[in-house]
Design a protein around this ligand. Sequence first.
Ligand code: ZN
Length: 734
Amino acid sequence: MSLTLESPHIEVTVSGNGSYRVLDKRTQVNWDPNPYVPRLGSVTLRLGDRRLHLPLDRFELTRENGGLRMRYRYSKEVELTVKLRPLEDGCTLELSYEPGEGLDVENLRLLEDALWITDAEEGYVVVPVREGLMIPSNSGRSFIHRFGTFEYEGCHMEMLGLVKSGSAVLVTWHDPYVTAEIKSTANTGAADARQVLSTSLNLTRTARAVRLQFLGRGDYATIAKAYRQAARQKGWLVTWKEKLAETPEAAKLIGASNFKLWSCLERLLDYRSNEKSVKVNWAFEEAAETAEHLQGDLGIDRALFMIGGWIHRGYDNQHPDILPACPECGGNEGLAKASERVKKLGYLFCLHDNYQDMYRDAPSWGEDYIMKRPDGSLAKGGFWAGGQAWLICSRKSLELAQRPQNLPGVKELFGPNAYFNDTTYAAGLQECYDKEHLLTRWDDMRWKQALSDYTRSIFGVFGSECGREWAIPHSHFFEGLGGVSGRYFHALDASPLGAHPIPLFEMVYRDCIAVYGKYGYDYARAAEYVVHHIIIGRPLHYHSWERGLYWKQAAEDEPQGWPYDSSCFIRADDGWAEGLCLSDRFIKNTHEVLSPLHELTAETTMTRHEFLTPDLRVEHIVFGEDMDAVANKASGEFGGTRGYLDYTHTSKMGGEVVLPPFGFVIESPTFIAFHALSWNGVDYKKPVLFTIRSLDGEPISESRRIRIFHGFGEPELRLRGQIRRVSREETLEF
Ligand SMILES: [Zn+2]
């Protein structure tokens, strides 16, 4: 027996064994059921002290309110109902289930190896992990990879996207108790394909439903756009417009690079809490002098300047007892002065703090604050500088943050205009089994949102680590979503999945929040990371420093950069930063490109992204209507030298532009930047870096004031019909 449901854009046929097929009428593409076993899915449940794993493969089907009711019965005690319901938009199918009375469901696979895609269909699955990941169906790889909702490098948005034969589907849910599983099998003979890429969703606890939105012809940009609507309905799409109205100071994040001195005081303990070493990396006055150097000597106009390890016993030590400020670095008075000096530059002065980790040697240590595992034991965190950390229950985090000696005290003593709570948005949502403060993942989310709101109410601008979509209405910046240590991901290795990064997040939430990468990386090997930041349109994070005043003590023989490898952005030959230290050359070159790119596009979304070459090394992006960029990532990841090739792009304003490895051209009416071997009819012997910016808001072709910045290489360029020579920077008047 089978039944058919119809709505304007889809036709769903369901069989008694639970198999279902969906026809997307707009593309005539069929999305088929499980290719391995004819069934809907499976369920794991507890029956007394038994654990049963049952296939969901026989149903009694009835029509109900325009949808289908599928009744599953294994025994008198084991019954459940699955419902299929077409939604009013005419293209969405909702699948949900209800357990029978008293049934203890541990896990239910509502999608099981569903919506599969073969190699021949040239499709892919997109996963919202950090900026986004595309897993193609023709990689030849076999794997199973799980992405837990909101977990570390899991699904950072509640969605997946699927495309085959040009037909797109958005899969969404709204519950942290969903785990997506992407499976690829190669050469199994299933479905008569060499590779099958399929998707399963595991639902536990409160998770009951999933929606499949059949989008007709489209790609991941179509999927992102559709998800943006869902995000708005969830209340998570809160844009800069709304945030800036509430917190005008947050405008300082627009175009701001992220500079972070991680550990002013670095104190290391061993596992027995013996002090191994104590080192002052920066006294507070050195931190302030560093910020003044960035503005005074490098002309960095917009910055989020952050320091960690300012707390009483140094970085990641004795939380939550943060005050008084570290005496070795200058104490309360020193930090107050540093705060004044940095804010005077127009920068955001941000302090790094933490309300998830607690240390046993903290004066206010108490087991009452700590999250408990199901067996009642204390929840262990990581082993950090201050030794073993224990996880504070997020119900208690807020209580601790509100103590006079925590955020209110920090505000009164130092008045920073921004604040950062580490790990809040990085770790997966937790459960706590302490009867005094029970916590589900939903509760954890709410309490973390409350901590964010409280911190914002004290300091204004607020951010945390990595970033999750549930945090977007409650914060202004994410540190870590954009990349980690100079790479796209942290622990996730995309290569066994045959996958590659895509800027999915920028298509959904770009106009809502500032996004940075996290941790240090080698500036002399960072060219692909720089190009990645052009693709996502985000300023960089500069987290690698020698202790003290780095620019005064740089080695004489620092590398100068080579034009055609991943050291190219430390070059400054014949350019602005010639003679400066390596860090300063890299900071200046990259900030001059990425800061205006973000400033001009922060309130837009990415409207287009495409790979221009079959090897995926050249990417084309469009922000909003008129910010267009093409970049050559060379090929191979981070410093690989395989297959370096030039790419010739015909651009609107620069004509034929030759892009060497790590070359790019960014064009918009008021801002142009290029790292190229030719631009506007001028050929160069080695790649040059220039930016051109209209200062009066008029298009560059008509502007009366244009600033030109020259990073490196030959100093000539053709602008408005004339060859001009700019060795460092110049403002031309017309
Ligand atoms: Zn608790």
